[in-house]
Design a protein around this ligand. Structure first.
Ligand code: ATP
Ligand code: MG
Length: 332
């Protein structure tokens, strides 16, 4: 069966290991068999960076370089820019009438982000409604499947509510419901061990991190605070190094053996950290090299983005046309 896939990332910084295991790795697989569109979400990035547009504009091409570096192939995947697709903004305006403020305020991801960003008295209206603009992104491409991290599940629920409501009102199946494609690591914790790894928390290992940054990040990772001597039995649950080994070490048998040994006692933190560092260095080294190669030719990155955006513009305008027609607003 062939899926129609839409996914994307906010242009708020370089992509990191959380993106890699949560979504990017799947996208590279999915593009082989399915119709995939990847959106550089610059408008969504602005919803909590309204005072700092430069942060967003300077990250747009970085994101494209990140995509190419991990193996997203512009011949197979449409890479496009949200702000250059006016149909998305128009769809958002129609959908906003189908959602109550109370419903938006109940969205658990938005709720925790509002607290995290300390927006209590200065919440930008655009931020509160970003799940609606995400519904526009997803439905504009008729997406059936969306490869995302766990934090995005409420957005997909919100999207499907809008789809059902719209289709019911117009009495036709105009919009398509979507479902998430969660990876086996749908929420990689950040280096601070406090929450998910995310660009805005500064708790990341980025895809472009150099070998020294990777080394320092791994060496400063939390293990089990009760594991003071090598001979002590240690705890694996909640131990960041094991969480990351589960996510990044392909040798499952070795990790299972190490866990067993650590629990028993006699395995030092340095040993597991060295293994993790090896895994991360060998994952990131080729990505870093390719990223630098692509970033050296901004003109080419721009050309790829422009070409993908042209295709996406056509598809999204067609959906907008169908939405307007269903509403009886296709006068011209
Ligand atoms: P920001 O802090 O600006 O929101 P972010 O790091 O959360 O940035 P997004 O651009 O919001 O990244 O997320 C893009 C995609 O990557 C989403 O599908 C999201 O679920 C996924 N993702 C982000 N962080 C993680 C993570 N730590 N683990 C798994 N998936 C993640
Ligand atoms: Mg995010």
């Amino acid at each position: 069966m062939s899926y129609t896939i839409l996914t994307g990332d906010r242009a708020t910084g370089s992509l990191h290991l959380g993106h890699y295991v949560g979504s990017l790795r799947q996208r590279v697989e999915l593009q082989q068999q399915h119709q995939q569109t990847v959106l550089v979400a610059d408008l969504q990035g602005l919803t909590d960076n309204g005072n700092n547009p430069q942060k967003i504009s300077t990250n747009v091409l970085n994101l494209v370089a990140d995509y190419l570096a991990v193996g997203i192939d512009p011949q197979k995947t449409t890479i496009c820019l949200q702000s250059a697709l006016p149909a998305l903004a128009e769809l958002t305006m129609y959908y906003l009438n189908l959602v109550s403020v109370a419903r938006l305020e109940r969205n658990p991801t938005v709720k925790s982000e509002i607290i995290e960003k300390d927006f209590s008295r200065s919440l930008p209206a655009g931020f509160l409604v970003y799940p609606v603009s995400q519904a526009a992104d997803i439905t504009a491409f008729g997406a059936t499947h969306v490869p995302v991290g766990e934090d995005q599940l409420p957005m997909l629920e919100q999207t499907n509510e809008i789809v059902r409501r719209f289709n019911r009102i117009v009495g036709q199946q105009v919009l398509t419901e979507c479902q998430p494609l969660l990876s086996n690591v749908s929420r990689l914790p950040g280096l601070d061990g406090q929450g998910k790894m995310s660009k805005s928390r500064g708790n990341t290992i980025t895809l472009g991190a150099d070998a020294d940054q990777v080394h320092k990040a791994v060496m400063s990772m939390f293990t089990d605070p009760g594991h003071l001597n090598v001979s002590d039995p240690g705890q694996v649950e909640g131990n960041m190094v094991f969480t990351y080994l589960d996510a990044f070490c392909d040798d499952r048998v070795l990790v299972a053996d190490l866990k067993e040994h650590y629990r028993r006692g006699g395995l030092g933190d340095m040993k597991i950290k060295r293994l993790l560092e090896d895994c991360l260095q060998s994952l990131l080294e080729p990505i870093r090299t390719r990223r630098a190669y692509y970033l050296a030719d901004k003109g080419e990155l721009l050309r790829i983005l422009q070409q993908g955006t042209r295709c996406a513009d056509q598809v999204s305008r067609q959906t907008l046309g169908r939405v307007k027609a269903a509403l009886g607003l296709d006068f011209f």
